[in-house]
Every structure is written in C-alpha cells, then in structure tokens.
Design a protein around this ligand. Structure first.
Ligand SMILES: [Zn+2]
Length: 411
C-alpha cells in the first residue's frame, strides 16, 4: 500500500512537472502548432504563401499522420536539377565591423556596378529590395554572383502584409488588428494573439524564408511600415514592441526548421522604439536591430539633446538601444542607418535628389559611438544610388568613404 502511494505521488509529480515545463516553453499566446507546421516543410503542392482557406483547420494535426518521416522508396542521386549554391565559406574578417552593409534596390544594382564598387571599399553585405521575382532565376544568379565576389546577401523589409496577406480580410476580419475604436481594419499588421494567425505566420515564414534565403543567415521580418498594434482584448495588454516580438518568436521557430543557423531581427524603429518587452522574452536566434529613422544626421547620434522627429530625441533613441542591449547581445546587434539613403533625401519620391544625410565627421562619430556599445554590424540604406544618381550628380565618393570608414575603424 505504501509503495502504491509513492507510485501515485511520483506520477502526479511527473505530470505537474511536465505541465509546468510546457507552460514555460509555450505561454498561452503561443498557440501555433510547431509539429503540424513543420510538415509544411515538404515540397508544397500549392507553392507559396497561404492566403485563402486552403487549410481551414491549421492548428489540428492529422491523426493519421505518421510522426516518423518515411524512407524515400526511390532515392534519386540528383533530385534537384537546379540546386541551391553551396553554403558560402566567408573569409575570417578581422575588422571590428563584421557587417559593412548597404540596402539597395534591384534597379540600383542593375544600373550601377555595386559589386565592383563594394570591392573597392570593403562593403561586404547587400540587402536588395524590389526584385522582379524574389527567389526566381534573376535572384539566384545575383546571389551567386555576389557570393563569388565575397558579398553576403540578405533581405531587409517590412513583411507584415506578406505574413498575413490583406486579401484574407474579406473572410477573416478577425485575423486583422483592432484599432483604438474597436474596429477590425486591414490597414497594417494583424492580430498577433489569434491562434490561426499564428499558424499562418509560422507556415508563411517558412515559405518566405526559403524564397528570400540570405547567405549570412540573418533574416528580417519587420512589421508593416509605421505600423500600429492590435487593440483587441487579447492583444492590448502588449506594447508595440511586445506584439512584434510575439510574431518574431514564431518566425524564428519556423525559420530554424529550414536553417539551423537562422537569426531574426528585432527591430527598434518608429513605434517600436520603446522600452524593452517585459511580458514576452525573445527566443534563441533573435538579434537586436536599431534603426533611428527619426534622428538628425547633421548631429551625432550621441548628442542626446538633439530633437528628432516624432518627439524622439537622440537621447531617447540611444537610451532605448542601451536598455535593449541589457537583454540582447551587443555582438549580434545591427545598426540600420540612413547616412546614404537617397530615398530619404528625395522624400521617397522621384526625381532622385542629392544625398542629404552625409556628414563625414558626424558619421565617424556615429560609428565610434556604436562601436563603444560593442556593436559590430552596420548597415545603411543606400537606395536610389544607381545609374540615375551617378548620371545626375557624378559623385559617389561618399559610398567609398562609408565603406572605408567601417573597414578601417579600429577600437
Ligand atoms: Zn489582437
């Protein structure tokens, strides 16, 4: 009888322990089903982002599904006639700034030999937006050409509407964010605590991660630009920065099923330039990204009293950065700057105007400040520095000064 009692106690203890472990790993808002979603990592018959109700009950696994992968009855020694390029072996970089990057458009790299330009000044990373067909032949050829020339490729962009396409609003308004007036709207972002939304985010992150596969394992799934948060009863307790961290945790879990070295950016920018999340903790693989879009570029970012846009001073922005660096490691943190952003100089409207944020001495002070915080990854927007810019202004020395500044920086 006594042994029986002890057995029951042991079983009860084990059950309670298991329940507590699961709760810690998977808090209530994390409702997506990882095991089910992993099954989407098979060749997709539909091919691509899940928009319509092709999977009306995505959270429930098929009871007939065999959890063990079945052996391939007819193994093909060369099943992929167009294999992805082998993982590049990047040379050891002894410079302080490991990432010396530029965000460009497809038109920029088609009309100006950015690869040759980068090689003259140590720029080693491109993020190229506006591809005619991401993941298509042109993308693969360009990635291969960059890799051959020592340039890493990633894709930095706002992805909220790609993770949850706006076309779902008609049949599923509950997928989308509730505004301050209590009305569901498909303007930006989505309802991050909705379990079906979380499942779709997981599934679509895998498809997008395959299409936009970076060669440096650094992924970027930012919320919609100048996006707002969901105010529904389940979401409103979370800040903007917490709501997107909920999404990022799902995305990194998804990406790790296709790339075990995947890392995902947690963006401090505009409305997410806030104090760190307290209700949601980052999953392994999430790195901090700081994009001070509201700063002034004619004063160093370290000049804390400078008043920028949206009511944010330089001091406010750098305090946000420093608070987050208590949670996120500095050595993986990336600064995304605007020193070379011609789209910003042009008011995001053509015709292209001359670069307006390039102040060489401020730039030098900025990179020294970022380095003083332990930051070793720097990227700047350089969009619209292409053939048209060169024809109009004839001088792109500032690009070389930017690259050389990072390349030659010593701490
Ligand atoms: Zn919500």
């Amino acid at each position: 009888m006594k042994r029986f009692d002890i057995s029951i106690l042991l079983v009860l203890f084990a059950l309670v322990f298991t329940a507590l472990s699961c709760t810690e790993k998977d808090p209530a808002w994390l409702a997506y089903n990882k095991s089910t979603a992993k099954q989407t990592d098979r060749p997709s018959s539909g091919g691509g982002i899940i928009e319509e109700d092709d999977d009306p009950d995505p959270g429930i696994p098929d009871p007939g599904e065999d959890p063990e992968p079945e052996p391939d009855p007819d193994p093909d020694p060369d099943p992929d006639p167009d294999p992805d390029p082998q993982e590049p072996e990047w040379p050891v970089d002894n410079h302080w700034f490991q990432t010396r990057g530029v965000v460009l458009t497809w038109e920029d790299v088609q009309t100006l030999d950015w690869i040759a330009l980068a090689k003259t000044c140590g720029i080693n990373t491109f993020s190229v937006n506006n591809f005619p067909s991401i993941g298509g032949k042109a993308w693969k050829e360009y990635v291969a050409n960059c890799t051959k020339n020592g340039i890493r490729i990633c894709y930095e962009d706002h992805m909220g509407s790609q993770l949850i396409p706006r076309s779902l609003f008609k049949n599923h308004p509950e997928y989308f964010r509730m505004n301050e007036s209590g009305v569901r709207t498909d303007d930006v972002n989505f309802c991050v605590t909705n379990p079906e939304v979380q499942q779709r985010v997981y599934d679509n992150a895998i498809e997008l991660g395959k299409a936009y596969a970076p060669t440096n394992h650094r992924y970027y799934f930012w919320g919609d630009d100048f996006g707002k948060k969901c105010h529904c009863p389940n979401c409103k307790q979370y800040t903007d920065v917490e709501q997107w961290l909920i999404v990022e945790n799902i995305v990194i879990d998804a990406l790790r099923t296709i790339d075990d070295k995947a890392m995902l950016a947690h963006l401090l920018y505009d409305n997410t330039m806030q104090s760190p999340s307290t209700k949601v903790l980052p999953h392994e693989g999430i790195f901090l990204q700081f994009a001070p879009i509201h700063r002034k570029w004619n004063y160093p970012i370290s000049n804390s009293s400078v008043q920028g846009g949206a009511g944010q001073t330089h001091g406010y922005m750098t305090n946000c950065l420093k608070e987050h660096l208590r949670i996120f490691p500095a050595e993986t943190c990336e600064v995304l700057e605007y020193w070379l952003d011609v789209t910003m100089s042009s008011g995001w409207q053509k015709p292209v105007k001359k670069i307006a944020q390039w102040y060489p001495s401020v730039y030098q002070q900025d990179i020294a400040y970022y380095a003083s915080l332990g930051i070793r990854h720097i990227v700047t927007y350089g969009m619209w520095i292409g053939g048209q810019y060169y024809q109009s202004f004839g001088d792109i020395q500032f690009v070389k000064d930017y690259g050389n500044g990072l390349l030659n920086y010593t701490k």
